[in-house]
Design a protein around this ligand. Structure first.
Ligand SMILES: Nc1nc2[nH]cc(C(=O)O)c2c(=O)[nH]1
Ligand code: SF4
Ligand SMILES: [Mg+2]
Length: 248
């Protein structure tokens, strides 16, 4: 099976060079490959065009259903690898949607890429509920794991899988990045940190927001919560620079 990608415009895969906007690698030039499909449905998801296709009535703040044909594109792994190799960054970020739903195809992509551009640093953005495929796992240098809290609207039994959270906590490659919309959300983070013994050094709190204004407003109180709880803060750099747009 080839890769099912998101699109920037119909027929154009969402493969782009940008600055990593979030987390431990924030500010680093990186090439992004955005995969289509997700196993969750966050009501504030900023990439609903990867999963909320016509007929999907799960709640979303925008209440938009996307046409599948215009928003998905199937490409061979070798084609994707060539497009990534043609861009300048020496770092790759696999994102979505939920990229780990396509683990075997991603393993083939990274293998093809290694032949064209050896030694690229590879990160995966994941919601943390899906195990990395055995073929892919050893190829990944960094997992940016964003478990979804109650305010996402996902049932906890789908979003927070105990075995997965324990595995990410034990994996030094995994950085947790919790999306925070209100100060109360912190209580859930602290409970997870305690249950799974996650080092604070590997926990980021990130303001939810799809505009620079909202991100800035929430950063004001989130910074204090980070200081008070010895957790790391991450901004959403790309939102400040380019807003909520595809391909950035
Ligand atoms: N610049 C930039 N940085 C990002 N970090 C994580 C992203 C994502 O959508 O997963 C993302 C994104 O879409 N753009
Ligand atoms: S897990 Fe990520 S891609 Fe999936 S619905 Fe939530 S925010 Fe969107
Ligand atoms: Mg994003």
């Amino acid at each position: 099976m080839p890769l099912i990608l998101a699109t920037t415009t119909p027929g154009e895969p969402e493969i782009f060079a940008s600055l990593q906007g979030e987390g431990a690698s924030m500010g680093r030039p990186s090439t992004f490959v955005r995969l289509s499909r997700c196993n969750l449905a966050c009501q504030w998801c900023d990439t609903a065009y990867t999963w909320r296709f016509e007929g999907d009535n799960r709640p979303h703040s925008d209440d938009v259903a996307f046409e599948r044909k215009a928003n998905q594109l199937t490409l061979e792994e070798a084609d994707v690898a060539a497009r990534v190799a043609a861009l300048h960054p020496d770092r790759l970020v696999l994102t979505g949607g939920e990229p780990l739903l396509q683990g075997p195809a991603l393993a083939r992509l990274v293998t093809e890429l290694d032949a064209l551009r050896p030694g690229m640093h590879v990160e995966v953005e994941t919601n943390g509920s899906v195990a990395p495929h055995a073929a892919l796992d050893p190829m990944i240098h960094q997992f940016n794991v964003s478990p979804k809290l109650a305010h996402s609207g996902n049932p906890a039994d789908l979003a927070l899988i105990p075995q997965r959270l324990a595995a990410w906590s034990a994996d030094p490659r995994a950085f947790f990045k919790f999306v925070i919309a209100a100060p109360e959300d912190l209580q859930e983070v602290l409970a997870l940190q305690q249950t799974y013994a996650i080092p604070g050094e590997r926990i980021f709190l990130m303001p939810e927001g799809r505009s620079s204004e909202v991100v800035r407003q929430r950063s004001a109180w989130l910074a204090d919560l980070c200081l008070d709880n010895a957790l790391r803060f991450t901004d959403r750099l790309h939102i400040h620079l380019w807003g909520d747009t595809r391909g950035t």
